[in-house]
Write a protein that binds this ligand. Structure first.
Ligand code: NAD
Ligand code: SER
Length: 315
């Protein structure tokens, strides 16, 4: 039996750090190669192999895949929603060409499995706001959302046409304490914890009643590993699966934090990210993920808040 050897691209990012560590637990440290354009994240140092890699350089990527005998690729390098609006060309180029480079190499080298995350950002103002279904009207208004929606169809195409086993999740906003977020509209839900603990006050860039779908990082890692471990015949969605855990507004997370830090106060100063948030659904229907590979989250707002504060207090 061939032992799997995994390449994580974008391993120094918010998800990459935790996903690399989780994959190393399952597959063994030496069998998970972390890679990124920027330097190795401190939390990864000493836990396994690291290579410096630009996903836009297809030749370099191809060489690494062959040299390291890679059998699975996790592609996490991307420009997120808020940063994407500042530089649409850069976001489109990286988010599209990076994916196409990986899919091409996966086809040529018969890579066993590819993981590529999509986002709730595929949905737009015309999508249903509450319990947004797996299949519905999808008209994204950000370059990030457009690139994710196009990416979903490239994944589906490479699966249908070339048999590449590429799988994907539409992550909600992800909340974590181990690594910093990378420029998304949902980043306020992480900043707020740091500000509450350090200064007992926070100025939020979204309005108090802006509800968005969110997920705690341990659940995002669990969902990713469950999807990737599921037998092929259980995967009925080859674009990207809706997944959900919780939905809350800045006002609600403030109340949850005040249970632990009663003096915490919040002010609101909405900026360009409000328009992005307003275009996304408030909650997501993930019935298909539940049915296909038994998806079930462990954390709600209260459990996530308690865990975030406990962990950040010990840093
Ligand atoms: P991030 O910005 O924290 O990390 C991305 C990493 O990719 C960074 O370390 C960056 O240095 C690296 N990178 C950028 N350009 C590269 C290149 N050319 N070659 C190699 N590496 C490069 O992002 P993240 O939050 O960890 O997101 C990972 C994936 O998950 C992205 O596809 C993102 O769209 C998706 N996603 C994230 C969230 C979230 O809330 N974090 C939600 C939905 C979807
Ligand atoms: N958290 C991400 C963002 O805000 C959603 O994809 O961009």
């Amino acid at each position: 039996m061939v032992k799997d050897k995994i390449l994580v691209i974008g391993a120094s990012g918010q998800i990459g750090v935790e996903l690399t560590l989780a994959l190393r637990k399952v597959y063994g440290n030496a069998n998970v190669v972390a890679s990124d354009l920027r330097e190795e994240n401190d939390l990864l140092k000493g836990t396994g192999p690291y290579v410096s890699l630009d996903v836009m350089n297809k030749e370099m990527l191809h060489v690494q895949v062959i040299r390291q005998n890679i059998t699975q690729i996790y592609l996490l390098a991307a420009i997120l929603s808020a940063t994407g609006e500042k530089n649409p060309n850069l976001a489109w180029n990286l988010n599209m060409q990076g994916l196409l480079n990986v899919l091409d190499i996966a086809r040529e080298e018969q890579i066993h499995k590819v993981y590529w995350p999509s986002s709730i950002a595929v949905f737009g103002p015309t999508s249903p706001k509450i319990n947004c279904p797996q299949q519905t009207i999808i008209e994204p208004i950000t370059v990030y959302g457009i690139s994710k929606y196009a990416g979903e169809f490239w994944c589906n195409y490479y699966h249908q046409r070339y048999g590449v086993d590429v799988r994907s999740l539409r992550y909600p906003g992800l909340i974590s304490y181990k690594s910093a977020p990378g420029g998304g509209t949902t980043d306020y839900a992480i900043e707020i914890f740091h500000a509450a603990l350090e200064e007992q006050k926070y100025t939020c860039f979204l309005k108090e009643d802006t509800y968005l779908p969110m997920m705690y990082m341990p659940d995002a890692i669990k969902a990713t590993l469950s999807l990737m471990e599921a037998p092929q015949d259980q995967i009925t969605v080859r674009t990207s699966y809706n997944v959900a855990a919780m939905s809350f507004s800045p006002k609600e997370i403030t109340t949850a934090i005040q249970q632990f830090i009663p003096d915490f106060t919040i002010a609101y100063q909405p900026d360009y990210r409000q328009t992005i948030a307003d275009s996304w659904p408030q909650s997501i229907d993930d019935t298909t993920a539940k049915k296909d590979w038994n998806w079930q989250p462990d954390f709600n707002l209260q459990l996530m808040t308690a865990d975030m504060i406990a962990n950040l207090q010990h840093v």
